[in-house]
Ligand binder design. Structure first.
Ligand code: GLC
Length: 453
């Protein structure tokens, strides 16, 4: 009898369902190596190249960005009242998805919970959610459905840090409270990873130990401030490690084996996230620049969007350095994206409709990018992205392949000559585009090497 019971127990433990840890129970940490996805699982995302970031929450009501609670030192008791007013009747997730599609974006990443703690989803471990306050809606469920229907990749932004927890600010003093914040992260990540079907991207923000109160806060120069992380180590929070990111992401991998995870949980993740800047040329490590279309992440009324030229240059520069671009919009309290931003996104989409072949499914290279030039390639096709013409002739290093044809995609003609050591490209002024000039080269064989210079 005793024996049979234990056999049964072993069987139960080994059955696939039980591989998924239940809430409150520690998940078995996967080894660090197996946490990282193999390159083929990132391929769809690398080929997609362009996604939409959405910052939205109760902070849209004051309209001074998603950091308003921190920046203006608003006590939670006050801040939480915003949730009683957050009832966006015009919110339509399929409209967001349609706008992303019209911009030529292939995936979306939406804030499920930002640093203020407000959840746009139904969480059993929090009352500060859109399902339990005025709106009484699970916006994340609506978003997932709409994005899927539109054929877009589905991403979740999630902030482990939460300003409502004193343990975030004083981790040494309130260790238990900091642990409670950690538990909330584990519980909510489990909810997000198990209740909405397959999720493609997990985009943490603020899960590093240094972000635990930015190393704690302290009273300095007459006010409470975050500890300066440049200060000597002994002045910083010493109670590491708190988050145990390998354990957290081990659980995620069990629930969503193919999910692509960013680098802001304290573990290096599958890709890096340069913020508000074009990442460096890097063909080894996948990366994604995140950038705001209109100045702030969360809604600030009337912020002018980037010009079309700036937007296309940003996208081109990122892709020519082999990265992705996650371009952010912050919808207003009603859930609408400002008309000026929608218009810009549609213009970007129109440009991509014509010239998308130099962006999608390409890799950055083979030439090293400069401030005014970059290149992308796919198989034997090479695209020269000429952003500006500091000289009348663009001179590129030689390549070990023969150019068999050249076309100016954005104008009538391009003259391309290939001599042993270099490639010369000229385009007459009337055939250049003020936005960007794209010259397509077809080589006699697929690109497989870099020119040395
Ligand atoms: C930062 C900010 C945040 C924003 C994010 C986007 O870490 O804290 O407000 O969500 O970057 O990359």
């Amino acid at each position: 009898m005793q024996f049979k019971t234990s056999v049964l127990l072993v069987l139960i433990i080994l059955s696939p369902l039980n591989l998924v840890p239940t809430r409150g129970e520690d998940s078995k940490a996967l080894s660090k190596a197996s946490l990282t996805l193999p390159p083929e699982d990132l391929q769809w995302w690398r080929e997609a190249r362009f996604g939409m970031f959405v910052h939205w929450g109760v902070y849209a009501i004051p309209g001074r960005g998603e950091w308003v609670m921190w920046n203006e030192r608003i006590p939670f008791r006050e801040y939480s009242k915003l949730a009683d007013r957050f009832n966006p009747r015009k919110f339509d997730a399929s409209r967001w998805a349609a706008i992303a599609k019209s911009a030529g974006m292939k995936y979306m990443v939406v804030t499920t919970k930002h640093h203020d703690g407000f959840c746009l989803f139904d969480s059993e471990v929090s009352n500060f959610t859109s399902t339990k306050t005025a709106a009484r809606r699970d916006f994340i469920a609506e978003y997932v459905k709409a994005a899927r229907q539109a054929g877009l990749g589905v991403g979740f932004y999630y902030s482990p840090l939460d300003w409502r927890f004193p343990g975030f600010f004083f981790p040494d003093l309130y260790r238990e409270n900091a642990e409670a914040m950690k538990q909330q992260t584990y519980d909510q990540i489990r909810e997000l990873m198990s209740r909405y079907g397959k999720i493609d991207i997990l985009w943490y923000d603020g899960g590093e130990d240094d972000w635990l109160g930015f190393g704690g806060i302290e009273y300095r120069d007459g006010k409470w401030q975050s500890r300066d992380t440049k200060w000597p180590q002994e002045k910083r929070y010493s109670g590491k490690p708190l988050w145990e990111p390998e354990k957290l992401n081990g659980m995620v991998r069990q629930l969503q084996p193919k999910i692509i995870i960013n680098d802001r949980s304290g573990w290096k993740g599958d890709f890096s996230t340069p913020e508000m800047k074009v990442g460096e040329m890097n063909r080894e490590r996948p990366w994604e620049t995140c950038y705001t279309l209109a100045g702030s992440w969360g809604w600030t009324p009337g912020n002018p969007p980037l010009s079309l030229r700036e937007s296309i240059h940003l996208l081109s520069k990122v892709v020519c350095r082999d990265g992705n671009l996650l371009l952010n919009v912050g919808p207003d309290p009603e859930g609408e994206i400002e008309a000026g931003q929608v218009e810009r996104l549609q213009e970007i989409g129109q440009w991509l409709g014509k010239y998308g072949e130099c962006i999608y499914k390409t890799r950055g290279g083979p030439f090293q990018p400069t401030a005014s030039f970059g290149s992308t390639y796919s198989q034997e096709r090479v695209y020269l992205h000429i952003l500006d013409w500091p000289e009348n002739t663009l001179i590129l290093p030689g390549i070990p392949h023969k150019i068999i044809s050249s076309t100016n995609l954005t104008g009538k003609e391009a003259q391309v000559s290939q001599t042993g050591g270099s490639i010369k490209v000229t385009v007459s002024v009337q055939d250049r585009q003020s936005m960007i000039t794209i010259v397509k080269l077809v080589l006699d064989a697929p690109v497989d090497v870099y020119p040395s210079k």
